[in-house]
Design a protein around this ligand. Structure first.
Ligand SMILES: Cc1cc2nc3c(=O)[nH]c(=O)nc-3n(C[C@H](O)[C@H](O)[C@H](O)COP(=O)(O)OP(=O)(O)OC[C@H]3O[C@@H](n4cnc5c(N)ncnc54)[C@H](O)[C@@H]3O)c2cc1C
Ligand code: FES
Length: 293
């Protein structure tokens, strides 16, 4: 059975029905799905909307590109079973059909310039330190795709609640791989933002739970290192039409699916006034308007 086109959403996005080529359990809660994708090549950081053809969920679910093998046109996703939609995806067997819409959103690549790195990094930082990829839990998936695109010359910091997963490719390509787990079952015990060396990096790319992203963004901000984060929101259309994925940024409301999912960290977490600035502030400085969504 071959993939079949449903429609062109808008160039270069495609919507097609593709049978599962392979499915594998990675841990009890994480699995991998593989498809043939004859559509436009996806970039690292981009995502697809996945919907089981004969499934019970109405809305598709956004899932990042985990691996893209251009010669074979094989597209893989690494998925954590969270609720009904992802559990349904996890029950698929080879040959069962899924509607794939993508590639959607922006990519990590354009935020990274090797020339910038060679010139000494951000804010006058000393040359030498590699770019850092910081992943928390399933947030490691889009960073693995970015590691494949970079091919080398980067450090990886990966944090998990327990154990680890999704590091097969990154562990081969990273200059340094630091793993942390909250229960100490793998790597260092604790939370990954505490183990990252932030200084003198050309930039840091992060994907994971919001508190982790905030911690990474704050520490990058403190040492003047640019930080780019991939945001996770619930999505309905995935193509910028429904506004269901709106995120509040320093520059106003943005659609996570069409304007992101990758944003400069300072747009999502604008610098907060410090205690030394005084205890009394205009309320709108502390709680920026959320606007109409
Ligand atoms: C850009 C992006 C990339 C992602 N990449 C990955 C990845 O690579 N791997 C991975 O495992 N996860 C990834 N996620 C997270 C993944 O999309 C969610 O875990 C998944 O959508 C949860 O769906 P669920 O049905 O399993 O969970 P639930 O928590 O059950 O679903 C969410 C709940 O909210 C409801 N809901 C869902 N969407 C909407 C909506 N739009 N409006 C209103 N209610 C809604 C559902 O009905 C359900 O009740 C990504 C998310 C984003 C935004
Ligand atoms: S999910 Fe519809 S606009 Fe983003």
């Amino acid at each position: 059975m071959r993939p079949r086109y449903l429609t062109t959403v808008s160039n270069p996005k495609r919507c097609l029905v593709s049978p599962v080529l392979a499915r594998a359990d990675v841990t009890a809660a994480v699995f991998r799905l593989e498809f043939e994708w004859p559509g436009p090549a996806p970039g690292a950081g981009q995502f697809f909307m996945l919907k089981v053809q004969r499934g019970g969920t109405f809305l598709p679910r956004p899932i990042s590109v985990y691996r893209w093998d251009a010669p074979s046109r094989r597209l893989s996703f690494l998925i954590l079973k969270k609720g009904r939609g992802t559990v349904e995806l996890g029950q698929l067997r080879a040959g069962e059909e899924v509607t794939l819409t993508g590639p959607l959103g922006n990519r990590w690549g354009p935020f990274f310039s090797p020339a910038f790195s060679a010139a000494g990094g951000a804010a006058g930082g000393a040359p030498g330190r590699a770019v850092a990829l910081v992943g928390g839990g399933i947030g490691i998936a889009p960073l693995s795709a970015f590691g494949d695109e970079l091919g080398g010359g980067f450090d990886v910091y990966a944090g998990f609640r327990s154990g680890s997963f999704g590091l097969e490719s990154l562990s081969k390509k990273a200059d340094t791989l630091v793993i942390a787990s909250e229960d100490g079952s793998e790597g260092r015990k604790g939370r990954i933002p505490d183990f990252v060396e932030y200084r003198d990096r050309p930039c840091v790319f992060a994907c994971g739970p919001l508190p982790m992203l905030r911690a990474v963004a704050d520490r990058c901000g403190a040492v003047g290192v640019p930080c780019y984060i991939s945001m996770e929101t619930t999505m309905a259309c995935g193509v910028g039409a429904c506004l269901g994925c709106t995120v509040t940024t320093a520059g106003g409301n943005r659609r996570c699916c069409a304007d992101g999912p990758i944003f400069p960290a300072e747009e999502i977490f604008p610098a907060r006034p410090s205690a030394s600035d005084g205890p009394i502030f205009p309320a709108e400085d502390i709680f920026p308007a959320r606007g109409m969504i």
